[in-house]
Design a protein around this ligand. Structure first.
Ligand code: G3P
Length: 226
């Protein structure tokens, strides 16, 4: 399962890409709004941090077909290779996905709440489909179950399209999808940190250092040579 950061906070992206095996960054207009500056500057800075080999997702904002194509072209011109344009998974969006596929521009069918939205986006040529786990949960359905259904639909139809599961609120939701083998998950920084936030882990690691120090008076192997 690929792992993406769902955030536009520059310091958080620097810290997480430094520490964890991250495949890229996903954004949407609401995430960019939190940065409170020109979204083009934010996106360009994210690209410079993650490098050209990581995947960066940015969303077309215009809701017309022509506008979606214009936004997509601008996003790709701005951010270069390995950029994926998020397009809302509605009828106009499917039309845009079909056209962008013909142009060779990668898209992600976003705002996916139902399996059939994902089916149409994949069939329209989207490279990713993004179900919103927590938002589906909040509607009274089971976001993890819907996402597993979507993964099954992609597999059964042999679509060249990956799940990009989004909108997580806890690591248990991510764990279930990781276990199932969905294509990818995009998570806010606090959710990623939560994968390994556990006092028992920290205590066990510290005990190794303490025991070594009792034996040698040093807290590292290399210090034995000093
Ligand atoms: O990438 C989509 C995701 O950001 C939505 O998450 O937390 O706004 O439901 P959320």
């Amino acid at each position: 399962m690929k792992l993406f950061i769902d955030d536009a906070n520059i310091e958080a992206i620097k810290r997480l890409t430094d520490l964890y095996p991250i495949d890229g960054v996903t954004t949407n207009p609401s995430i960019l709004a939190k940065a409170k500056r020109d979204p083009r500057e934010t996106l360009k800075e994210i690209r410079s941090i993650i490098g050209e080999d990581a995947v960066l997702f940015a969303q077309a904002v215009d809701l017309t077909y022509e506008g979606m194509l214009r936004d997509a072209h601008m996003i790709v011109d701005l951010l270069g290779k390995n950029t994926v344009v998020k397009i809302p998974s509605n009828p106009t969006g499917f039309k845009a996905m079909k056209a962008l596929k013909k142009e060779g521009i990668a898209t992600c069918g976003t705002v996916v709440y139902t399996p059939m939205q994902a089916y149409l986006a994949a069939k329209a040529g989207a490279s990713y489909v993004a179900p919103y786990i927590n938002r589906i949960d909040n509607m009274g359905y089971d976001g993890v179950r819907v996402t597993k259904q979507i993964q099954d639909i992609l597999d059964a139809n042999d679509f060249d399209c990956e799940v990009l599961a989004a909108s997580f609120k806890n690591s248990q939701q991510v764990l279930e999808l990781c276990e199932y083998g969905v294509g990818g998950a995009t998570c806010a920084p606090d959710v990623i940190d939560g994968f390994v936030k556990n006092m028992a882990i920290d205590a066990a690691i510290q005990t190794f250092v303490d025991d070594f120090e009792k034996l040698t008076g040093k807290t590292s192997m290399s210090a034995l040579d000093e």
